[in-house]
Design a protein. Structure first.
Lengths: 357, 418, 295
């Protein structure tokens, strides 16, 4: 973090920027049309899910192909609680806690195993989850799904429902992102990074790889549960299709597209998850699969580190262009994964995972 | 095969992306409201009306999903080419269809619904799938937005009290199961029945309707009952298990084409040759029965309300000839329909046209009133003995089905079993 | 239910397992050659099957159409490696996996655009007649499929363990840098690895297409099972993954029928629970040497 841009180094400027962003976010739903609010609401839902995935996968390096299971679990718990008249705060806590407990149990067993075994265990979650949700129809409504409405705007608020939902989602999403940000900047963030790079080194440094992995996985599950709560706030309905394996893979793609190991990237990933189907629908609803695949590949081809690296890449290109006459470096042909060190740490990405030398 | 019903959509998305800029210039709320009592509802002008279809156009159910768009587009393509529909208020309007892919994901179908509201669509129609239709049902009710003639046999959509802005099109699954149960119960012989059903509301609906119909029939006993998942690659184990029950009638509530073919092949391989019952959407003579070698069985029964274009009996039927040519010309669907949803959604077109003709003012209220008052409409492609009736609470637009028996080439009406 | 049913269930399970095994072998091959888990393997196999279908429709005899498709698949695989995957091979493995997911989506979408979503009948090399073995009935088609897969498995096993090419492929996958240092043509080998895997996928595709019928998503479910078989059998062992795939197929059937509580809806959980237990006991898989962790 040696080259933080001057504007952001200035503390009062940063506070001012934060205040402006906060005011914009609070004012936005009042100004935006309903569809824009509804879209932003869905982005919040999936941004939280991607954030959880990023903690366990992007930061800690543990493959997780089952994040959607925790989203679905959180959604089902929320639906059950709402339909049984629980207080909404209790519902929210339950959605996070139950998902977290299940995640903890899975992690306690799976984290003993190597990377691929975790992949396999997590792949099983949505795949078994779908028939299980159908089987437990008393709680889940079976294959017809279950509706639960708690996010319609109350009369006293004078708001439209989409505005009310926006504030619910904004509250939870902002809290999740701020907590995650301070987590990855602190000592746990460093532990995640060390475990990701080399478990032996981690152990020698006094960081237990096992405990770190369990922690990351559990946090991811809690965030998954929170995302499920938001899912129900936004969609007001859930069914076994919600937790299908394909969506889990889409979440993974969204995480990498946004930027693995980046808090800001998680938000971008959530936006990608929501926007791309809308975009491909607008291009031609019959060709959505083709265009989604093409978009994913093009983005990754241009930005292998995700959309979050776009400003960095632009800056680097600019710098290289000015530097070219003097340095005789040939243009890079080989895929350079590890970015040029001087360009790696700059701008806003002080939440980037800290695993690179 | 491709269906393009929303040209120029890229511009639309660009506009949507710059929606923030637009909103800052003032006009935010208003247009997308609820029509407000007087004046026209959104999505209808003096010259046109816009309908929206959210349906799976990608993924495992894209085959039938594509049909739902193709059939409606074919019907109204021809109607538009002939000048449009003369509405009950005296104005002639053309019908625009906007389609949206939901990939059978409930969250996406809700998003598509929200997009429809923002795109000024008048009504949603013909979309396929129970969870996807349920996902935006509440939203459609609070928006007072018609969600009608949808392709699900879920009874909820035909319950007027719970679903005031909805109406299902296809018979509820229970009706189809019951039709076969009644036929069997009327048989003079003893029958042992094996049941295999898809593990969702589709399979469950068929089975419950069937069981209800044979409840009091002492000559019918259910000797085996299994389920499968729509995502399974094989149902061999279920067939082996059911074959060992010694059943002489096999009720196979299956909606997956390759599995149905494989099941027909497998049962005869292991020497089990019962009479079969197959649902209306997996009983195509050319696409399923012939490759499955169905002639080996004593009888294949199915239910239907649509003429099957593949069937030689209907090859020269004027309805079928017209339908196929319109499907090719306006539905962008050059192949012989592999799924009955193409025919069904074509009938949806005819039903909607009838409602349009009867609606006296350009509002959603008036549309719903007109739609709920159609009786005895013989839509094109309907089998004689069936008709559209939207006036019965608890029943979708089509509630009567004809039980048919496969005769080696096509189907003929079956009066009794055996 | 008697012994006859039991044997029939086992035989049914083996022929279902053969479908998973076919795809699993291709995944093992790519993993051995490049160290990647390739989600697009099923998608590429479907594309190959469509190519064969096109040549059949053009009037080529089936076997010739298949050979043409298989050969073309080699080049498709190699080109995909060279122009798409290469850029990501040394990077973050997560990114590389997502690239294969993107490739799967792209290829599925391409098939859908070119051939639609309707189920297309694909002719079978083998007749649908059946033979009796130990009182169980098995179709010649599944029998021949199984035999073909076993043959491929043996060939692959020999390739990896007994040939220079196999050794070189594995060396590149294990450590590209040192392989390059010792003079191996790393790029060329990676292309060959992907090409061979695509070839194998093509064979798998045309073997199972007659039963599943051609659709763009024909192998989506099979892919999940194939992945399970690959992990269970150990990523490095063709024999292991075929055994695992067969075990999954048989076990699923038996558990679904004889343990009614699990039934046909939850039988899919069985292989995963099994994998979990086995991995806790033996982390390298049933037959694996050591796990090359790149996912």
């Amino acid at each position: 973090m040696s080259t933080v841009s001057p504007v952001l180094r200035n503390r009062s400027a940063r506070i001012a920027l934060t205040v402006v962003v906060a005011i914009a976010l609070i004012a936005a739903p009042l100004l935006l049309p309903a569809f824009a609010n509804q879209t932003l609401v869905r982005i919040g839902v999936y941004a939280v899910a991607v954030l959880g995935l990023n903690i366990v996968m992007g930061y800690t390096g543990q493959v997780n192909l089952g994040q959607i299971f925790f989203v679905g679990l959180g959604a089902y718990v929320t639906a059950y609680g709402v339909n049984h008249g629980w207080n909404i705060i209790v519902v929210f806590v339950a959605a996070c806690a139950i998902a977290g407990i299940v995640g903890l149990l899975v992690a306690l067993a799976a984290a003993r195993l190597g990377g691929l075994a975790i992949a396999m265990v997590t792949i099983a979650l949505p795949i078994v989850g779908v028939p299980l949700a159908k089987r437990l129809s008393e709680f889940t409504g079976g294959s017809q799904g279950i509706s639960a409405r708690f996010s319609d705007a109350p009369d006293w608020s004078g708001l439209y429902s989409d505005q009310w939902q926006f504030y619910i989602v904004l509250l939870v999403t902002a809290a999740a992102f701020l907590l995650a940000r301070s987590l990855v900047q602190g000592k746990y963030g460093r532990a995640f990074g060390v475990v990701r790079e080399n478990e032996a080194v981690a152990a020698s440094m006094g960081v237990s790889p096992y405990r770190t992995k369990v922690l990351a996985f559990t946090i991811a599950s809690i965030l998954g549960g929170a995302s499920g709560f938001l899912y129900l706030a936004a969609v007001q309905y859930t069914s076994p299709e919600t937790l299908s394996f394909g969506h889990s893979i889409s979440l993974l793609a969204a995480m990498v597209i946004g930027g693995a190991g980046s808090i800001a990237g998680s938000l971008i990933g959530g936006a990608y998850y929501v926007f791309v189907p809308q975009l491909t629908n607008a291009i031609d609803p019959s060709f959505t699969t083709l265009s989604q695949g093409a978009i994913l590949l093009v983005v990754l081809f241009l930005l292998p580190e995700g959309l979050v690296s776009l400003p960095r890449v632009i800056r680097r290109l600019g710098r290289r262009r000015t530097a070219r006459p003097t340095s005789g470096n040939p243009p890079q042909t080989a895929p350079a994964h590890h970015p040029v060190p001087e360009a790696a740490r700059e701008g806003l990405e002080n939440t980037e995972r800290q695993d690179r030398p | 095969m491709k269906i393009r019903t929303k040209p120029g959509g890229v511009l639309g998305i660009v506009a949507m992306a710059s929606i923030v800029a637009l909103s800052l210039s003032g006009c935010t709320r208003g247009g997308s409201g609820q029509g407000g009592g007087s004046g026209a509802s959104p999505g209808i002008t003096d010259t046109s009306i816009t309908l929206g279809i959210t349906t799976p156009l990608s993924g495992a159910t894209a085959g039938p999903g594509t049909c739902t768009v193709a059939g409606v587009s074919a019907y109204f393509g021809a109607v538009n080419a002939a000048g449009g529909v003369k509405f009950g208020d005296g104005k002639t309007r053309t019908v625009t269809i906007k389609s949206y892919d939901d990939a059978y994901d409930p969250q996406k179908s809700l998003a598509n619904f929200q997009q429809m509201v923002s795109d000024n669509v008048f009504a949603a129609t013909a979309g396929l799938g129970t969870p996807t239709n349920r996902a935006y049902r509440d939203a459609a009710i609070s928006e007072k937005f018609p969600q009608v003639l949808v392709m699900t046999g879920d009874p909820l959509f035909s319950d007027q009290k719970q679903s005031p802005w909805q109406l299902g099109f296809v018979p509820i699954y229970q009706n189809e199961g019951a039709a076969f149960g009644k036929l069997l119960a009327a048989s003079k012989d003893q029958h042992k029945v094996a049941l295999l059903s898809q593990n969702d509301d589709y399979g469950k609906g068929y089975v419950s309707g069937f069981k209800e119909a044979i409840k009091d029939a002492s000559n019918i006993s259910v000797v085996g009952e299994q389920t499968y998942e729509a995502t399974d690659t094989s149902v061999d184990a279920q067939l082996t298990q059911l074959a060992s029950s010694g059943a002489d009638v096999f009720f196979n509530a299956m909606s997956v084409t390759p599995l149905t073919i494989a099941a027909l092949q497998k049962a005869q391989q292991i020497g089990w040759k019962p009479s079969w019952f197959l649902p209306s959407n997996t009983s195509s003579p050319t696409a399923i029965l012939e490759p499955g070698g169905a002639a080996a069985y004593p009888g294949i029964y199915s239910v239907s309300f649509a003429k099957a274009p593949q069937s030689p009996a209907f090859a020269k039927d004027p309805d079928v000839v017209k339908f196929l040519s319109e499907l090719k010309q306006y539905g962008n669907y050059p192949d012989m329909p592999a799924f009955p949803h193409c025919m069904w959604s074509y009938m949806v077109g005819a039903t909607l046209e009838q409602a349009f003709k009867n609606m006296t003012s350009p509002t959603r209220d008036s549309f719903m009133t007109a739609l709920r008052n159609i009786k005895g409409l013989q839509a094109p492609l309907m089998l004689s003995g069936t008709s559209i009736d939207t006036t019965v609470d608890g029943q979708p637009a089509v509630s009567s089905v004809i039980v048919q028996k496969y005769n080696g080439k096509g189907y003929a009406t079956a009066e009794n079993f055996g | 239910m008697g012994m006859g049913t039991f044997i029939q269930l086992v035989v049914d399970g083996l022929s279902t397992g053969a479908i998973y095994a076919a795809l699993a072998l291709a995944i093992v091959l790519v993993n051995q050659a490049t160290g990647l888990i390739n989600f697009a393997q099923g998608g590429l196999a479907v594309l190959s099957s469509y190519i064969a279908y096109v040549f059949v429709r053009l009037g080529l005899p089936l076997i010739l159409a298949i050979i043409v498709a298989v050969v073309l698949s080699f080049f498709i695989g190699a080109l995909v490696e060279r122009f798409l995957v290469r850029r990501f091979e040394r990077g973050d493995p997560d990114t590389a996996v997502v690239v294969t997911v993107g490739l799967l989506t792209l290829v599925t979408g391409l098939c859908a655009v070119l051939w639609g979503y309707n189920n297309l009948g694909f002719p079978s090399l083998f007749p649908l007649t059946s033979v009796e073995i130990l009182g169980a009935v098995v179709s010649v088609r599944s029998l021949a499929t199984t035999v073909t897969i076993v043959v491929i498995m043996v060939v692959l096993q020999l390739l990896f363990l007994r040939t220079k090419l196999g050794l070189a492929l594995r060396a590149v996958a294990d450590n590209p840098a040192s392989a390059a240092f010792s003079g191996l043509p790393v790029g060329r080998l990676l292309m060959v690895g992907w090409g061979l895997a695509a070839t194998l996928g093509a064979i798998a595709g045309v073997l199972v297409a007659p039963q599943l019928t051609l659709t763009p998503g024909m192998l989506d479910t099979a892919l999940v099972y194939a992945l399970a078989a690959v992990i269970l059998g150990g990523l490095s062992s063709p024999i292991g993954c075929v055994v695992a795939a067969s075990a999954i197929g048989v076990l699923e059937n038996l558990v679904a029928v004889y343990v009614p509580f699990i039934g046909h809806d939850l039988k899919i959980a069985v292989p995963f629970v099994l994998i979990f237990v086995i991995l806790v006991l033996r982390p390298q898989g049933l037959f694996g040497r050591k796990v090359v962790v790149r996912v």
